[in-house]
Design a protein around this ligand. Sequence first.
Ligand code: ASP
Ligand code: MG
Length: 461
Amino acid sequence: MKVLKFGGTSVGSVESILNLKKIVEGQGEPVVVVVSALGGITDKLINTSKLAVAGDETYLTSYNEMVERHHQMIDAIITDTKKKETLLVTVDDLLGQLKSIYQGVYLIGDLSEKTSNVIVSYGERISSNIVAALIEGAKWYNSLEFIKTKHKQGRNLFSNSVSNPLILDLFRDFKNGTATHKVCVAGGFISTDSVTGEVTNLGRGGSDYTAAILAAALDAKVLEIWTDVSGFMTADPRVINTAYPIERLSYVEATELCNFGAKVVYPPTIYPVCIKNIPILIKNTFHPEDKGTIITSQEEDEDNGRAIKGISSINNTSLITVSGLSMVGVIGVNRRIFTTLAENGISVFMVSQASSENSTSIGVTDDDADRACEVLNKEFAKEIEMGAMYKMKLERDLATVAIVGENMKHTPGIAGKLFGTLGRNGISVIACAQGASETNISFVVERKSLRKRDSRLILPV
Ligand code: ASP
Ligand code: MG
C-alpha cells in the first residue's frame, strides 16, 4: 500500500488533474491519495476574507470567481452526468456554507483566527471531493474526523496520540485488505482540535504532513509526493541555472535542505515517515517519467556519494548579536537568550558563538527580528544599563545559505574550499555555523550576494 500526495499545482488545472487520475489509476496496488486545494485557492480564500472583514463588497466577486473555478473544473473532468450531479450537490453545499461565513464576516466586520481556520479549510474539503469523484472506485475520507491537533504555545500542533487510533479505526478494512475500494481520497492540511472539535490546520503547505501522518499510521510501503518539480534540486534553479535534481537523499539531508528553504516538502513531513523507515519519493506530476528524488535512511557510501548534495538558502534572514564583556565565562547567558525567545514564540534557525564567549549571534526571520530584539533588550536590561552588555545589534537584509551532505564528514577541506570560493568572489561571511554532525555548514551573507552565481563553484556540477 502506498500514500500519494498531490499538491496544489497537481490539482490546479484540467491537464494536471487528469494526469493525477492516470497516475492513481495506473497503480497496481491499493493507495491513499491526499490532495491540496486547487492551486492558488488557499491564498484566495484568505484574501477574500480580508476583503470581507474590511467591508469591501468585492469580496463577493472574489468568492464568485472561486465558485466559477470549481464549477469549470468539474464540468471539464467529470463526464458522467449522474456522478456530476451528486458531486455538485456536495460541492455547492460546501460553497454555500462558505458564502454564509463570508457574509457574516462582512456584516460583523470581525475575523477571528477560528473563523479564518474554518474559511481556509474549504479549499481541501472541496478539492478532495472532486478528486474522489474523478477516480474510478475511490472512497472519500473526511480528514476533519481523524487529523487532530492540540493547542499549545499559541499554536495548533498535530497530536499523534489522538489521531493514530482514529486513523487505524477508520481505515481498518482498507489496511487489512477487506475493503472493496482500492483508492482512498482525503484532503490534506485540514484538521480539528482534539478537545473542542473546532476546525484547525497543520500550517501552510501542510498537505504533505497529512500524507506523511497517514503513511506512518498505515505502514505504507512508500510516501510519494507528486509536485511540479522533478525532485530536490542541487540548488535553487532561479539562483543557479545549472542546478539539477538530486536522485538520492538521506532523511537527514532532506531535513536540512527543507529547513533551509528548499520548498519541495513541508519540513515536518519527514519525521513521521523517517521513524518508521518509510521512503519518500518526490515525483513530478507533469513529467511522471522523470526519476525524482528518493529519500531513505541510507547514506550513500563514501565512494559514490558526493560530499555536498545540495545547497539551499533563505532570503529573509536577520541576525541578532548579543554581546558584552560580562558574558565571558558567565554561565547561563545562552539559557536566558533561548528561554526568552522560546517564551515569546520566536524560532531560531541558526546560532553561532565564538569560543571567546563574548558574543552570540542568532539567525531569525525578518518578521521576528524586531520583537526578538525587544524581548532580549528587556531580558538583559540590567546588564545593558550597567555597561556589562551592549544593546542587541540587529542586522537586516541578509540571507542564510546552507550546504548539505552527509558525506561532508568524511571529506576534509570542504569548509576551506567553501570559504576560499566566497572570498575570491568578494563575498564576506557575516556569521557561520557548523554542527558537529558535519552534515550542514550554514553561513549568513548580505542578501545581495545571494544572486551572485559564485556558489556554483563549490557545487559538484
Ligand atoms: N492548501 C494549503 C496551502 O496552500 C496546504 C497545501 O497546499 O499543502 O498552504
Ligand atoms: Mg504545497
